[in-house]
Design a protein around this ligand. Structure first.
Ligand code: MN
Length: 325
């Protein structure tokens, strides 16, 4: 998926302060509604990045969409410096990319595209299909962010079963289950379907964690003894900080959540449009190379010359944003 805001603002993501481990917190990071383009295009709820909390572990972008029958036709667009995770909740999506991939991803399956120094891809669904899902980005650390792009699809992910829940480990390790998806920092993503009752999940207390409601009613879920969010507050991502060795999820009716986690990301990031970089100059170069159809981003077969042009850069140098929380 692409960030299709017509005038995206830069997102400067400062490094986590060292020594932050061991500090649980509890804050609902509010979702913003962002149109993904097109005449009746999909609208997404974006909960990362946030001005004050730009990342959870290396997770730097969290979009949830649907259910909707709005058409999804995201033409070729570039990425750098990140991995994209596509996790449909309903509706198949056809993914094509410049590494030669042409696959359909369905609910329960994971697409993981590692952009490295540059990749391009498209995502298209059949008109009229009911679509829902999440699109996540993982920031790549310095030592691998210039590597060649690659793509993986995983159809047989490890599952968790408990008396009141079942889950799928999409990325990383949860308890004794580990996803085969290749990531470059300690990161966790798991979908957990809860039935009435309490489920206690083991966490790595060194890591930050966050919970996003995927389906069901927020009022039916308590997280560590308190409501997922206070009654009457808008939807968002519940950020739990670090320092938790387990997480108690108590459901009063069926709900499905996404659990995200990971080691706090130590590097400054500069995010603009679909580019995760470190400096203003890198962003300018990536934009110019996409516009010039540079080989850096390859070609997505099957779209002719159709592609998403880069939006204009802000008229000012991309400036840092402070982390205040
Ligand atoms: Mn994309």
């Amino acid at each position: 998926m692409s960030d299709l805001q017509t005038r995206p603002q830069e997102e400067r993501v400062p490094a986590e302060p060292l020594g932050a481990a061991g500090s649980p917190r509890r804050e609902v990071l509010p979702a913003r509604r962002v149109p993904l383009g097109g005449v009746r295009g999909v609208e997404v709820e974006r909960t990362l990045p946030q001005r004050d909390v730009p990342t959870v572990g290396a997770w730097c972008f969290v979009d949830r969409y649907g259910p909707s029958t709005a058409p999804m036709r995201v033409l070729p667009h570039p990425h750098t410096g990140l991995q994209t995770v596509t996790w449909p909740l309903s509706g198949p999506i056809r993914h094509r990319d410049s590494t030669g991939s042409d696959v359909v991803v369905r609910p329960g399956e994971l697409d993981l595209m590692t952009a490295g120094r540059g990749v391009s891809h498209s995502e298209v669904a059949d008109d009229g299909a009911e679509l829902a899902g999440v699109q996540l980005w993982i920031a790549l650390p310095e030592e691998v962010r210039h590597q060649a792009p690659r793509f993986e699809q995983h159809r047989d992910l490890p599952v968790l079963e408990g008396p009141a829940s079942s889950g799928v480990v999409m990325v990383g390790r949860l308890g004794d289950r580990e996803s085969p998806a290749l990531v470059h920092t300690r990161a966790l993503a798991a979908e957990v379907s809860l039935r009435p009752g309490t489920t206690v999940l083991p966490l790595d207390p060194r890591d930050e964690h966050a919970v996003l409601l995927l389906t069901g009613d927020a009022g039916d879920l308590d997280v560590d003894g308190a409501p997922l969010r206070p009654p009457g507050t808008p939807a968002g991502l519940l950020h739990l900080g670090t320092g938790r060795a387990e997480l108690a999820l108590e459901a009063r009716a069926p709900v499905r959540v996404l659990l995200l986690g990971g080691e706090p990301f130590r590097e400054d990031l500069l995010m603009w449009w679909n580019v995760v970089a470190r400096t203003h100059e890198e962003v300018v170069e990536a934009r110019e190379q996409w516009q010039a159809r540079s080989s850096r981003f390859g070609v997505v077969a099957g779209h002719g010359d159709d592609r998403i042009p880069a939006p204009p850069l802000p008229g000012v140098r991309l400036l840092p944003r402070g982390r205040r929380a």
